[in-house]
Design a protein around this ligand. Structure first.
Ligand SMILES: Cc1ncc(C[n+]2csc(CCOP(=O)(O)OP(=O)(O)O)c2C)c(N)n1
Ligand SMILES: [Mg+2]
Length: 355
């Protein structure tokens, strides 16, 4: 029997630190493939939408600190380019579903910031009438199907949404978002199998922000190139610079077209990063301040667009200031509404429940 002379190269996960993930990032090395430029209108729209999510989340963080928001609250700050870029590829009737880090997805789906903020504060005008909170909001009208607190649960539901699109003979798609941690859940693979078997129009968007709560991906996952997780089901996948909204849109376009043409599911692994802790109660001791700072200063998705807008003279500093002020006004109005709107009536305890 032949014996291998050299030890096979295996990854010793326990020895790895977070810098390994940094090294694996195509986004971080400056050698990123050239992506198609955005038009003026696309740059300005992407800037406004990402800024809206950023300011909304900052305000939600403040309101949580003031005790106005209870329960869990997971902020999306840092990951804005993913939802905004993907949303640019959708049309009426497409479906979006995600986990609990969901406010950005709702705003990208054009849900009303007032209704989202009022749900966070548990008020009547919230999307679930103040009874759901951060992780439980839906809008069938806007094509947003939640908001799910059980890690990975949305993957089978999102696959079902794709099945519905196929069953109704439409060419609509389901964008099903999940985290890097969720990719180790069993139901994800059951869903992959069915989606490929039945050629369902679902794009699985893995938002790899490198951590699942406090656990770095290199410590929890046997393989860390998540774009390859569909290989054994024949599902194509690719890694995308999730901090560059243009790269996200380009990859999204390809994947969505694949689905609309009836070719089955597609996996996009978005290499991204969250700046805040897992939830509001996370002191984030599992990573260094320098790591966070490096991502903020070198890869921030909003700063990238802002720099291009100024460089290409798509808008002046003053015009951007005006745009920033408009976004702030919208967020402040939402916060004011969410602070003053009454709480649901006690009788609401008995509505929307199964008996
Ligand atoms: C089935 C299940 N197991 C465990 C948890 C607890 N939990 C909540 S979030 C989370 C980490 C998920 O990380 P990831 O999928 O990377 O998403 P991210 O928070 O980074 O967006 C865990 C383990 C849960 N909510 N559901
Ligand atoms: Mg994660």
């Amino acid at each position: 029997m032949a014996v291998a002379k050299t030890k096979p190269k295996t990854e010793n996960k326990a020895d790895k630190n977070d810098n390994d993930a940094e090294q694996a990032r195509p986004a971080a090395k400056g050698a990123a493939p050239k992506v198609a430029e955005f038009s003026k209108a696309q740059e300005l729209s992407a800037y406004r939408e990402m800024l809206m999510i950023r300011r909304f989340e900052e305000k939600a963080g403040q309101m949580y600190g003031m005790g106005l928001i209870g329960g869990f609250c997971h902020l999306y700050i840092g990951q804005e380019a993913v939802v905004v870029g993907m949303q640019m590829t959708l049309k009426q009737g497409d479906a979006v579903i995600t986990g609990y880090r969901d406010h950005g997805h709702m705003l990208a789906c054009n849900m009303d910031p007032k209704g989202v903020m009022a749900e966070l504060t548990g008020r009547r005008g919230g999307y679930s009438h103040g009874k759901g909170g951060s992780m439980h909001m839906f809008s069938v009208e806007k094509g947003f199907f939640g908001g799910h607190g059980i890690v990975g649960a949305q993957v089978s539901l999102g696959t079902g949404l794709a099945f519905a699109a196929r069953y109704r003979k439409t060419d609509n798609v389901s964008l099903t978002y999940l985290g890097d941690g969720a990719t180790n859940q069993g139901q994800v693979y059951e869903s992959f199998n069915m989606a490929e078997l039945w050629k369902l129009p679902v794009v699985y968007i893995i938002e790899n922000n490198r951590y699942a709560m406090g656990t770095a991906i290199t410590r929890s996952s046997a393989t860390t190139d998540l774009s390859k997780r569909g290989l054994s089901f024949n599902i194509p996948g690719e890694q995308v610079d999730g901090m560059d909204v243009r790269a996200v849109k380009a990859a999204g376009e390809k994947a969505v077209t694949w689905c609309r043409e009836g070719k089955g599911p597609y996996i996009l692994e978005m290499l991204t990063y969250r700046y805040r802790g897992h939830s509001m109660s996370d002191p984030a001791k599992y990573r260094t301040r320098e790591e966070v700072q490096k991502m903020r200063t070198e890869h921030d998705p909003i700063e990238q667009v802002r720099a291009r807008i100024l460089e290409k003279k798509f808008a002046s500093e003053d015009e951007l200031k005006k745009l920033d002020a408009e976004v702030r006004d919208t967020v402040n109005e939402a916060a004011e509404f969410a602070t003053n709107d009454p709480e649901p009536d006690v009788a609401e305890l008995w509505t929307d429940v199964y008996r």
